[in-house]
Design a protein around this ligand. Structure first.
Ligand SMILES: *Cc1c(COP(=O)(O)O)cnc(C)c1O
Length: 310
């Protein structure tokens, strides 16, 4: 599934973006536990249509943001690796939310209950040829990220480009202090206790919203709650931007900053026409290590925020 800036960079580089996520990902109601999976049949069709040489890489994401923070399974990754290996196609991994995805594998996939998050992250990466990381998400820092690749030639080429776009490769546009913070953030992000509390908080809010009858994407994702704006504002047609409208109204009403993930985020075609994605969502992303459900309760009986206001 597209991610805004990832797709833009692919298009700026002269590529054509193709969505090969499973159909379940485009259905807010479907409770399939791994809605981030790649549809291997769709990929095989593309290989047949264009030839493997025209496909520079398969871009996978852990977890898939635009589908509502949905994970990819280890089984699907293993099968994807086998298929791409056969055709000599690289797998490039957007690992921005890899720790959250690993948590869902540990919780939901057979055979991983006794693996640590660290071990699962390592296995995920073993099926890929390279990765990009926006470290201000799972890796808990204010700024920064990295590119990692297995292929020395690609590394060398990227390293030379860093000089032009970011700064010398030894710091990659980041202050030494920020790189130190990132190293610590990566370590802490794969701690089992941390990620359990983190995803637990997201699920807590999601369940509250379900209790209040808010239509949200299911299953609840790893980093936020995604409200189905078409269902919430059924009188607003998609060309009038229901998710953008809802995000604006939420801000006016409460000061809470959400994010439109629908027709506006999907961008426009070269001819100026809108893309109309099936999902028209408002994302409530939960900041890491800021508040927990123990904060912010204004009742006087010391329930620590665990009860719903009546
Ligand atoms: C935030 C994000 C990016 C972009 O990272 P920046 O650090 O904001 O440039 C890429 N992919 C995913 C999945 C993201 O959530």
């Amino acid at each position: 599934m597209y991610f805004t800036t990832t797709r833009l960079h692919q298009e700026l580089a002269g590529g054509k973006f193709e969505d090969i996520i499973i159909d379940e990902a485009h259905d807010a109601e479907n409770e399939f536990p791994f809605k981030g999976n790649v549809d291997l049949t769709k990929l095989e069709k593309l290989i047949k249509k264009y030839g493997a040489k025209k496909i520079p890489y398969v871009s996978i994401a852990t977890s898939v943001n635009m589908a509502g923070g949905q994970p990819i399974s280890m089984k699907n990754l293993r099968e994807l690796r086998a298929l791409t290996k056969k055709h000599g196609i690289r797998v490039i991994h957007d690992m921005t939310r890899v720790a959250e995805n690993a948590y869902f594998i540990q919780q939901r996939e057979k055979g991983y209950q006794h693996n640590t998050i660290k071990e699962i992250v390592k296995e995920i990466n073993s099926y890929t040829d390279g990765a990009t990381m926006s470290a201000k998400k799972d890796a808990l820092v204010n700024i920064g990220g990295f590119l990692a690749v297995n292929d020395w030639d690609v590394f060398e080429e990227a390293r030379n480009m860093v000089v032009v776009y970011e700064g010398l490769h030894t710091y990659g546009g980041l202050a030494g202090r920020d790189m130190e913070a990132m190293a610590i953030g990566i370590t802490e992000s794969v701690s089992d206790a941390h990620i359990k509390a983190r995803v637990g908080q997201v699920i807590y809010l999601g369940q509250k919203m379900i209790e209040y009858g808010v239509p949200i994407v299911k299953p609840i994702g790893g980093h936020g709650i995604f409200v189905d704006a078409k269902k919430f504002l059924p009188h607003i047609p998609q060309h009038n931007f229901p998710a953008q409208t809802l995000a604006a109204e939420i801000y006016l009403d409460s000061g809470v900053r959400t994010m439109e993930r629908g027709v506006v985020s999907a961008g426009r075609k070269a001819n100026g026409e809108n893309y109309f994605p099936k999902l028209e969502l408002v994302r409530f992303t939960i900041p890491r290590r800021v508040y927990t459900q123990a904060h912010g309760c204004n009742c006087r009986i010391g329930c620590k925020g665990l009860r719903s206001p009546k």
